[in-house]
Design a protein around this ligand. Structure first.
Ligand SMILES: [Zn+2]
Length: 269
């Protein structure tokens, strides 16, 4: 590109920019043609588009949204075409193309992209916490609690999990919030004695007989969550009382299922 002031060829320069954009102060690198004589800056169409994309990606990084590159990388890791990603996220392929080339997705859409690029379904399973029910994992979590608390949670053969279910409920809810997945895939109902495994009377013997070695091992993050819960509720009475006061429980009718999305109003942890 030549300088319009007739100073001959302009030089392509990369420079740091900072400007307010959608309520955030965004830093990015822009490229412009600069005249070495008069300092005039100019863009051609290609540069203007590239600078727009750089601004969009910098904004998305600042706002903790996936950038175009991250969306491309994420779907390539899954071996997906743009069409595959569009189908998984229930959007048109044109949307995927626009996000990858610079258009900014909403926060809600970004949450869906995060889920599908992690191999999950676009719509969260509100009652299992995005994990298939695993009795072996319930047993594994109860065994971890036994080690952490120094006492058994499943006591006599007639124990109906009155307290164990409340520890499990907190573990599943907090894991759902922090990792996007419950620990056990269990579904909980609001019963008169507090949050309880749905169909617990049919499950309790199966849980007792389950082999915890068959379960996916606990992640470090899950271990930390269990440690926090055991620390917060050293006694059966403590977990019983706390669970009874949770709005996620008190707002339900008898027998009503408690969705994992209610973790937003969990207050004891
Ligand atoms: Zn010039």
């Amino acid at each position: 590109m030549d300088c319009p002031n007739e100073h001959g060829r302009m030089e392509l320069k990369s420079m740091a920019r900072e400007l307010p954009f959608r309520g955030k102060q965004v830093k990015f690198r822009a490229q412009h043609f600069v005249c070495p004589v008069c300092g005039l800056e100019a863009d051609d169409l290609g540069l203007a588009a590239a600078n727009q994309k750089a601004l969009s990606d910098a904004y998305r990084s600042t706002a903790k949204l996936r950038t175009g590159e991250q969306i491309i990388e994420g779907r390539k890791k899954l071996g997906w075409t743009q069409k595959d990603l569009a189908r998984a996220a229930n959007v048109g392929i044109a949307s995927v193309k626009r996000w990858e080339t610079g258009q900014i997705q909403t926060k809600a859409m970004d949450d869906i992209l995060r889920r599908v690029l992690a191999g999950k379904s676009a719509i969260p399973d509100a009652y299992t916490g995005n994990r298939p029910l695993s009795l072996a994992r319930i047993k594994l979590v109860l065994e971890r609690f036994r080690a952490l608390l120094g006492r058994k949670l499943l006591k006599s053969p007639t124990d109906k999990m009155l307290y164990a279910a409340k520890y499990l409920w907190y573990a599943d809810m907090v894991a759902f919030e922090e990792t996007g997945q419950s620990m056990t895939g269990a579904t909980y109902a609001a019963l008169p004695h507090g949050p309880q495994l749905n169909n617990y009377s049919e499950l309790v013997d199966l849980i007792r007989e389950a082999d915890e070695d068959q379960a996916d091992p606990l992640t470090e993050h899950e271990e930390r969550i269990l440690g926090r819960i055991a620390g917060a509720f050293p006694s059966d009475q403590a977990v019983y009382r706390a669970a009874h006061e949770e709005q996620a429980y008190t707002s339900k009718k008898n027998g009503e299922l408690i969705p994992y999305t209610d973790v937003e109003c969990i207050t004891a942890l």
